[in-house]
Ligand binder design. Structure first.
Ligand SMILES: Cc1cc2nc3c(=O)[nH]c(=O)nc-3n(C[C@H](O)[C@H](O)[C@H](O)COP(=O)(O)OP(=O)(O)OC[C@H]3O[C@@H](n4cnc5c(N)ncnc54)[C@H](O)[C@@H]3O)c2cc1C
Length: 284
């Protein structure tokens, strides 16, 4: 087995190239499965191109190597992408948050990964580079191919950054999860929402929940009910009902029944939307 710490992007790419498909990149290494452990690991956690939070052409540019702890502590993320800040703060435990990165959270493609749910609600795009230096930008939800499978093969492609439109006047977002314990427990349901108001009318809305399909799932019927509505005139009971009726969820002997998860989706979707709306109104 070899473990190489790359200090530049060029080094990381060269190591992947020369390994001929045997080496794979890792960042925080909190999500590696021993049975699938590749023999050659290229640690990219110090590569400058995947670090830091900056602004670029009207977007917040967040490095794939930014940890959950850094995300939760960032004042920029906290004020301009609240849902992501709240999601990262609830991942695992302090140890997992100190090592685990946003990039690893998305590429692992776990169906209820907290940061990924928030990123989809925030309409985030991933910026990737392959071994020939060609780059592509993809919406997060389009990276998923199956449960725990993303279209990014970390032997041949590196996720560099996430691009998010920062919250403007009249916009707000939020994230909530329900888990059996406050720490070190995967959520039974998590939910994130982003809304944009103008003249107190909902102009844009996204509400995303998981675990449902392989990727974080938008509640399109619920979004339709909200679009063009005045928040004070909304019937929240109807929204809760629509959210829990339209979602595809599974139950399991170990976690909870399908009915309970469906109920949680309705409650969390309503609460997360209400929170995002309060924030959107505060900014106006
Ligand atoms: C005890 C425990 C509790 C956890 N609790 C939660 C939780 O509550 N919520 C939650 O969402 N997650 C949780 N996780 C999962 C995990 O910690 C996170 O998903 C974390 O963000 C993974 O990031 P990482 O940097 O450690 O990924 P790694 O383990 O380094 O990598 C994971 C995968 O992504 C690939 N990869 C990583 N970075 C890149 C990149 N930049 N480009 C290309 N490929 C890349 C790797 O090749 C690997 O396949 C938990 C994990 C543990 C061990």
């Amino acid at each position: 087995m070899s473990y190489i710490i790359a200090s530049t992007l060029e080094q990381a790419i060269n190591n992947l190239k020369t390994s001929d498909g045997r080496a794979q990149v890792i960042a925080g290494a909190t999500d590696l499965f021993l049975e699938e452990f590749p023999l050659e690991l290229v640690d990219i956690s110090s590569v400058p191109e995947i670090l830091g939070i900056s602004r670029s052409k009207g977007f917040l540019s967040i490095g794939a190597g930014v940890t959950h702890a850094e995300t939760a502590a960032s004042s920029v993320i906290c004020s301009e992408a609240e849902a992501l800040s709240e999601a990262s703060l609830q991942v695992g435990s302090p140890q997992v948050r100190n090592m685990g990165t946003l990039g690893g959270n998305v590429i692992s493609a776990a169906p209820a990964a907290d940061a990924a749910v928030a990123l989809v609600a925030l309409v985030a795009k991933a910026s990737l580079i392959d071994l020939d230096g060609s780059s592509r930008e993809v919406f997060i939800e389009d990276l998923y191919t199956d449960y725990n499978r993303s279209s990014v093969d970390s032997k041949f492609e590196i996720l560099l950054r996430f691009l998010i439109k920062p919250a403007q006047k009249g916009e707000g977002s939020a994230f909530l999860r329900f888990a059996p314990r406050a720490a070190l427990a995967l959520p039974l349901v998590n939910a994130a929402a982003r809304v944009r108001l103008a003249n107190d009318i909902i102009q844009e809305v996204r509400v995303v929940v998981a675990p449902s399909k392989p990727a974080p799932t938008r509640l399109l019927e619920t979004e339709k009910l909200l679009h063009g509505a005045k928040p004070d005139l909304l019937t929240w009971q109807k929204i809760e009902y629509t959210a829990s009726s339209e979602v595809e969820v599974r139950g399991s002997m170990l976690r909870c029944s399908e009915e309970y998860r469906r109920h949680l989706v309705g409650v969390l979707a309503r609460r997360v939307l209400q929170r995002a709306l309060v924030r959107a109104r505060k900014v106006t």
